[in-house]
Design a protein around this ligand. Structure first.
Ligand code: CP
Length: 322
């Protein structure tokens, strides 16, 4: 006997995108199907649809950004939403206004969805408790950066993915560098394993917390060659020196010698393996410049895919929930 349709139907995507808690692989794959439609819109002469006409998107950035902020604004406008932008540097926070009062003030401007970046882990979760609008986490401290992981996974899906809800089964992603301070690493671990893949984390012992090795589908490697061997994709991360206390690295020269990703290191990866970086990239530190600009590199594709992925996120949270 077949189960009734209601019993087999996937639950809708959660109301907010704070991390991947509550998101199923099917929710993510449905979002990627919407992303395909948005990507098609962006190939047209008129790269704009009325899908979010009448909605207001507010970007609240309490930390610097180039890619995330610009691509969210592009994603909102390409769907005819109104956009208001808040940057902490030019705001009344400097005059002593609290985060809660700032949100209350912006809320009165009839915002439907907030895109929030904050240096404190958990800040977007707190904002979600204070407003009826939807919240998208655009990066909080070292905790999560879900839309970066979505655009990374979408980019990889096009190269190494298989059909179905476990498109990365049998695939290995290696992430190299400052894992400890990286919200990108945490979100990529969450998402790549949710979609069936395995993740290897590599970096100096001071920058790779041992607890990561207890997560399902994750292994740790402190040697770069061992970490890259057989990988289908290798992602280099920036050293977040602004979040580091002194003494975590002996010297940048030693880091480059042991952990810089180069074509020579990539020779041990799976045939045709690709190289990724979420940006911002510090050339010739974590990643050799020739590799960053070479045929293995997906860095520009990652940035370009950020727009349709974020269009799909805004659309799913604003319209999909209805
Ligand atoms: N990858 C990323 O979050 O870049 P930005 O800091 O420029 O937004």
């Amino acid at each position: 006997m077949t189960a009734p349709a209601a019993a087999t139907r996937e639950p809708p995507a959660p109301r907010h995108l704070l991390d991947f808690g509550g998101w199923t692989a099917a929710n993510v794959m449905a979002l990627f199907a919407t992303t395909d439609v948005m990507a098609q819109v962006l190939t047209r002469t008129i790269k704009k649809v009325p899908a979010l006409q009448g909605f207001t998107v507010a970007t609240l950035f309490f930390e610097d950004s180039t890619r995330t902020r610009l691509s969210f604004e592009r994603a909102a406008r390409a769907q005819s939403a109104d956009v208001i932008s808040f940057a902490a540097g030019g705001s009344s926070l400097k005059k002593g206004e609290s985060l809660r009062d700032t949100l209350r003030t912006v809320d009165r401007l009839q915002v439907d969805i907030y895109v929030v970046r904050h240096p404190a882990s958990g800040a977007p979760h707190q904002l979600a408790r204070w407003t009826d609008a939807a919240i998208v986490n655009a990066g909080d401290g070292r905790r999560a950066h879900p839309t970066q992981a979505l655009l990374d996974a979408y980019t990889l899906l096009k190269r190494i993915g298989a059909p179905g809800d476990a498109p990365f089964a049998g695939k290995r992603l290696t992430i190299v560098g400052d894992i400890d301070h990286s919200r990108v690493a945490r979100s990529n671990v969450e998402l790549f394993t949710l979609l069936g893949g395995e993740v290897t984390l590599c970096g100096p012992a001071t920058l790779v917390p041992r607890e990561f090795g207890d997560l399902p589908g994750v292994r740790l490697a402190h040697g770069l060659e061992e970490a890259v061997e057989g990988a289908h994709a290798v992602m280099a991360l920036r050293l977040q020196q602004e979040r580091m206390s002194a003494g975590l690295l002996p010297s940048l020269a030693e880091y480059v010698a042991r952990y810089q990703l180069t074509e020579r290191v990539m020779a041990g990866a799976a045939p045709g393996a690709v190289v990724m970086h979420p940006g911002p990239l510090v050339r010739d530190l974590e990643l050799d410049s020739a590799l960053a600009d070479g045929p293995r590199s997906l860095i520009e594709e990652q940035v370009a895919n950020g727009v349709p992925v974020r269009m799909a996120v805004l659309y799913t949270l604003l319209v999909g929930k209805r």
